[in-house]
Design a protein around this ligand. Structure first.
Ligand code: B12
Length: 209
C-alpha cells in the first residue's frame, strides 16, 4: 500500500531517488496526484520547516529537501494538468525581489496551469519592473509570492510600480506566501490572497470571472 508518510519522510531527509520511487509506486497504485502532493510532499516540507525554525536543521538540509520535493512534484505535474482546456487567461507569477523561495510559487503555478490558465513563470527574485513588463505584455493576473517578512513590502512596491506605469487597472493582483495575510493584502491594495495552491487557482478564476 502506498505510504504517504514514507514520501513525507523522504522529502524531509532529502532522499531524491527514494522520493521519486515512492511517488512512482503511489501513482502506480492509483493514489491521486493531489493526495500525493498534499499528504506526502508538502507535508514533508512543512515538517522540515518546523525543524528549520527550531534550529534543528540548517539551510543545506533544506536545499537538499527542496530538490527532492521538486523531483516528486515534476512526476505528478502532468497528472495535475487538466486536459485540453481552453486558456482561462494569462497569469504572470513570480517570487518578489530579494526572495529566493520558489517551491510554493511553483506549486501555485502548477495548479493554475492545471486549472486551465496560461502561466508565465517569471521565476524568483523578480523585480517590480519585470512584473510591470509582464502586465504590459498582456497578463490578466499578476501573482506574487513572498516567504520572508523582509521581502513582503516588495509586493506593495510592485503594486505601486504597476500604478506608476499606468497598468494597475488592466490586471488583477493576487498575493500569497507563508507570512501573507488577508489583512496585509487589503492593506496594500491587492485584489486577492489565498493560503494554498488549490485555493489560489479558485481565486484566480474568481478574479477574472
Ligand atoms: C525551503 C525553505 C528555504 C529554501 C528555499 C528553496 C527553494 N527553492 O524555494 C532555502 C534554503 C534556499 C531558504 C533560504 C532562506 N530562508 Co527559508 N525556508 C524554507 C522553508 C523551510 C519552506 C518553504 C517552503 O517551500 N514551504 C512549502 C511551500 C509549499 O509552502 P509555501 O511556500 O508557504 O507556499 C504555499 C502557500 O504559502 C501559498 N503561496 C505561496 N506563494 C503564493 C503566491 C500566491 C499568488 C498565492 C495566492 C499563494 C501562494 O501556496 C503555496 C502552496 O500551497 C520555510 C519554512 C516554512 N515553514 O515556510 C523557510 C523560511 C521561509 N525561510 C526563512 C529564512 C529566514 C530564510 C533565509 C533568510 C535563511 C538564511 N539565513 O539564509 C534564506 C533567505 C534566502 C532568500 N533571499 O530568499 C524563514 C523566514 C522568516 C521570516 N519571518 O521572514 C522561514 C519561515 C523559516 C523560519 N521559520 O525561520 N529557505
Amino acid at each position: 500500500m502506498a505510504d504517504l508518510n514514507a514520501i513525507s519522510n523522504a522529502v524531509k531527509d532529502g532522499r531524491k531517488k527514494i522520493v521519486e520511487q515512492l511517488v512512482k509506486d503511489a501513482l502506480a497504485e492509483g493514489v491521486d496526484a493531489s493526495t500525493i502532493l498534499n499528504d506526502g510532499l508538502v507535508k514533508g516540507m512543512t515538517e522540515l520547516g518546523e525543524l528549520f525554525k527550531n534550529g534543528e536543521v540548517y539551510v543545506p538540509e533544506v536545499l537538499v529537501a527542496a530538490r527532492a520535493m521538486k523531483a516528486g512534484t515534476s512526476l505528478i505535474k502532468p497528472l495535475l494538468m487538466a486536459e485540453n482546456v481552453q486558456s482561462l487567461g494569462t497569469v504572470a507569477i513570480g517570487t518578489v525581489e530579494g526572495d529566493l523561495h520558489d517551491i510554493g510559487k511553483n506549486l501555485v503555478a502548477m495548479m493554475l496551469e492545471g486549472t486551465g490558465f496560461t502561466v508565465v513563470d517569471l521565476g524568483e527574485n523578480v523585480s517590480p519592473a519585470a512584473f510591470v513588463q509582464a502586465a504590459k505584455d498582456g497578463a490578466n493576473i499578476v501573482a506574487m509570492s513572498a516567504l520572508l517578512t523582509t521581502t513582503m513590502p516588495m509586493m506593495a512596491t510592485t503594486i505601486q510600480a504597476l500604478k506608476d506605469a499606468g497598468v494597475r487597472e488592466q490586471v488583477k493582483v493576487m498575493i500569497g506566501g507563508a507570512p501573507i495575510t488577508q489583512e496585509y493584502a487589503d492593506q496594500i491594495g491587492a485584489d486577492g490572497y489565498s493560503t494554498d495552491a488549490a485555493s489560489a487557482a479558485e481565486l484566480a478564476k474568481k478574479l477574472i470571472a
